[in-house]
Design a protein around this ligand. Structure first.
Ligand SMILES: *Cc1c(COP(=O)(O)O)cnc(C)c1O
Length: 356
């Protein structure tokens, strides 16, 4: 796909203090845009100065939420190069999200190729400090300008880039989670497996309530029985059993199929652990935690990679997991996975894509 270049004449200063980057506050000089029109397909791929979008107030996405996104990172390697981690998986998922939302899928090759063109211009925005990265946010919105609910005949795809700080500024830190038993995030047959803003909108109130109660994340139960574990915040959830078994809820349509989740399952096996995808009843898991059969728990996602969980609040009771610290297997998975992503260790699975 041919990409037109309209480069900025006023380049911004790159952040001087990389310890203060945070997540998603700063954006680079340029963004990528591609339009879709029925009959014409995807067209007018272009790299333009980062700036506001101009949208008609009747624009479909603003009323009916037809929107999807992705999240991945560009890492600086010790050799002075740049790595992406399984980017094809992101564009494959983006196409599945588009299909579920009735949107025009972006061909995977076009997504990859145009992202490479954008990174070729912007890669020097990738920060240098340990654990930092350039966060990549592909997004698609429905842009027809009328209030009738129907599928849009036009879409806008864009990619913005944000230099982001180390998720763990001072090493992995365990968090407490709150089992939400009134609200649900997604239901069977709904849009839970799609990476779309609506799932986040459905989750914000419960997230606020959990924070007020002193917990970092919500542990979501399924939307039908409110009994089976689905996700934790916007991460997938894993439990480690005493027999060196890593168990995660099986994908059921309402769980987002995380690329970190898939990577942990494959890497876990490679490292000699047993891995299992199962329907996980919260009552059984709580009993297993209390009996000491569950020794570690953690969330997985691109932002944190691995987020250790050391306590869980369920039906008014707080239950500690393991010894309250960071589990040995949790730490190992984090170290190996980030080692691969940052190009510090070899890549036995062939997951890394080097920028040219
Ligand atoms: C993006 C996301 C994840 C994690 O997916 P990764 O591909 O590992 O980043 C998990 N749950 C939800 C709801 C998500 O949106």
């Amino acid at each position: 796909m041919n990409v037109q270049m309209n480069l900025s004449r006023n380049l911004k200063d790159k952040p001087a203090d990389e310890s203060k980057l945070g997540f998603g506050h700063i954006f680079t000089d340029h963004m990528l845009m591609i339009n879709y029109t029925d009959g014409k397909g995807w067209h007018d791929a272009r790299i333009v100065p980062y700036g506001n979008l101009s949208l008609d107030p009747a624009c479909q996405v603003l009323h009916y939420g037809q929107e999807i996104f992705e999240g991945l990172k560009c890492y600086r390697t010790p050799q002075g190069g740049f790595n992406l981690f399984r980017p094809r998986a992101n564009f494959e998922r983006f196409a599945r999200s588009a299909e579920r939302m009735g949107m025009a899928p972006l061909p995977v090759e076009d997504g990859l190729e145009t992202l490479m063109a954008l990174l070729d211009v912007e890669k020097e925005w990738t920060p240098h400090q340990e654990g930092t990265s350039l966060y990549i946010r592909p997004t698609m919105i429905a842009t027809d300008n009328h209030l009738g609910v129907s599928t849009s005949s036009t879409y806008l795809y864009y990619v913005i880039l944000s230099p982001s700080g180390a998720y763990y500024a001072s090493g992995l830190a365990p968090v407490g989670i709150y089992v939400e038993d009134s609200y649900v995030r997604a239901v069977r047959g709904g849009i839970g497996f799609a990476k779309t803003g609506g799932n986040y909108a459905a989750s914000i109130l419960a997230g606020m309530n959990a924070k007020h109660s002193g917990y970092a994340q919500v542990l979501w139960l399924d939307g039908v029985h409110q009994r089976y574990i689905e996700e934790v915040g916007a991460m997938n959830m894993m439990f480690v059993y005493e027999d060196r078994r890593i168990v995660t809820p099986v994908l059921n349509g309402s769980i987002l199929p995380g690329i970190t989740r898939d990577s942990v399952l494959k890497l876990g096996k490679h490292l000699g652990y047993e891995t299992e995808e199962a329907r996980m009843d919260i009552h059984d898991v709580i009993a297993d935690i209390k009996a000491g059969r569950v020794t570690e728990a953690f969330g997985t996602g691109t932002a944190a990679v691995v987020s250790p969980v050391n306590k869980i609040r369920f039906q008014g009771e707080e239950i500690g997991i393991g010894d309250g610290g960071i589990g040995h297997i949790t730490q190992q998975l984090y170290d190996v996975l980030t080692g691969i992503q940052f190009g510090k260790t070899d890549d036995p699975m062939g997951w890394v894509v080097h920028l040219k």
